[in-house]
Design a protein around this ligand. Structure first.
Ligand code: AP5
Length: 266
C-alpha cells in the first residue's frame, strides 16, 4: 500500500517536472531576471539549434522538446515580441527599429540581434541546456554564435532542420494563434485550445501575430531563402545538421526528432 502510494507520488512528480512550462524570464526579460522554475533536464542537457522556414513548426517542436527533454526554448522572435509591451519611452532606438523590421517581415539587423543574445548569454550556459529557435538566422549570426560558444566552452549537440513545402507552411501560418502572456502556440484547426481564444496553460488571450499578414509572410519567406537557408550548408559542413521532414502531426514530427537525436546518442 505504502509502496503504491510512493510510486504514484513519484509518477506525479515526474509528470509535473516533464510538463512544467518554464516562464523563461531570464531569456525574455534579460538583465538580472531569474526563471521561476529552475532549469531541469531529463538526463544529459541538450544544446540544440532549430532551423527552418517561418511557420514550419519550430516553436511547436521546441515546446514539445522542452516538455519531454527539459531544455529551454530560447526564441529571439519572442524576445522582440516581449519588447512590444514596453511603452514608447522605454524602447531604445535599436529596439524600436527592430520592431518596425519585424512588422514588415524583414530580418532585424545582425548587430541588434547579437547584442540582445550576448546580454542573455547566461541562458546559453544554463545547466538545463537550450533550444535556440530563430537564431542564428544569417551566416554572420552563426559565426558570432560559434564565438559565444567558444568563450563559454560550450559544444553544440546538433542543428535540427525542419523541411516542408511552402504551400503547407503558409496554411500553418494562416491559422496560428499565440498566447499573449506565455507565448504558447496553437492552430485553429490542427492544434486548437480547449476554450476558443483562451490559452490552456495560463488562461491568456490567443492572438494572431502582426507578421502573419500575407504581405509580411511573403517578405519573411524571401528573407529566409536569401539569408537563412544557406545555414543548412554551414552546419552540414560541421557535421551537426539533422534534416527532419516536417510533414504530419506535431507528435509525429516530435517522434521523428527524438529518434534522430537518439540515433546520434544525443
Ligand atoms: P520568429 O519569431 O523567429 O518567427 P519565424 O522564424 O518566422 O517562425 P515562426 O515563429 O513564424 O514559426 P515556427 O516555425 O516557430 O512555427 P510554429 O511552431 O509557430 O521571428 C519573427 C521575426 O523576428 C522575424 O521575421 C524577424 O523580423 C525577427 N527575428 C527573430 N529572430 C531574428 C534573428 N535571429 N535575426 C534577425 N531577425 C530576427 O507553427 C506555425 C503554426 O503551424 C502554428 O499555428 C502551429 O500550431 C502550426 N503547426 C505546427 N506544427 C504543425 C503540424 N505538424 N501540423 C499542423 N500544424 C502545425
Amino acid at each position: 500500500m505504502r509502496r503504491r502510494l510512493a510510486d504514484s507520488i513519484t509518477a506525479r512528480l515526474i509528470k509535473a517536472m516533464t510538463t512544467a512550462q518554464n516562464d523563461r524570464a531570464a531569456w525574455l526579460k534579460g538583465g538580472d531576471a531569474q526563471c521561476s522554475i529552475p532549469a531541469c533536464s531529463t538526463g544529459t542537457p541538450r544544446r540544440l539549434v532549430l532551423l527552418g522556414a517561418p511557420g514550419v513548426g519550430k516553436g511547436t517542436q521546441a515546446e514539445l522538446i522542452h516538455e519531454r527533454m527539459g531544455a529551454c526554448q530560447l526564441s529571439t522572435g519572442d524576445v522582440f515580441r516581449a519588447a512590444k509591451s514596453l511603452c514608447e519611452g522605454e524602447r531604445s532606438p535599436a529596439i524600436a527599429a527592430a520592431l518596425e523590421c519585424m512588422r514588415r517581415g524583414e530580418l532585424v539587423p545582425d548587430n541588434t540581434v547579437l547584442q540582445m543574445v550576448r546580454e542573455r548569454s547566461k541562458c546559453v550556459r544554463c545547466q538545463g541546456g537550450f533550444l535556440l529557435d530563430g537564431f542564428p538566422r544569417t551566416v554572420a549570426q552563426a559565426e558570432a554564435l560559434d564565438r559565444i560558444f567558444a568563450e563559454n566552452d560550450i559544444q553544440l549537440d546538433a542543428v535540427l532542420s525542419y523541411d516542408l513545402p511552402i504551400e503547407k507552411i503558409v496554411a500553418r501560418l494562416g491559422g496560428r494563434r499565440t498566447c499573449d502572456k506565455c507565448k504558447a502556440v496553437y492552430h485553429i484547426e490542427t492544434r486548437p485550445s480547449q476554450t476558443p481564444g483562451v490559452c490552456d496553460h495560463c488562461g491568456g488571450n490567443l492572438i494572431q501575430r502582426e507578421d502573419d499578414r500575407p504581405e509580411a509572410v511573403r517578405v519573411r519567406m524571401e528573407a529566409y531563402e536569401r539569408s537563412t537557408a544557406p545555414l543548412a550548408d554551414y552546419y552540414r559542413r560541421r557535421g551537426l545538421l539533422i534534416s527532419v521532414p516536417a510533414e504530419g502531426s506535431p507528435e509525429e514530427i516530435f517522434e521523428r526528432t527524438a529518434r534522430s537525436l537518439e540515433q546520434r546518442g544525443i
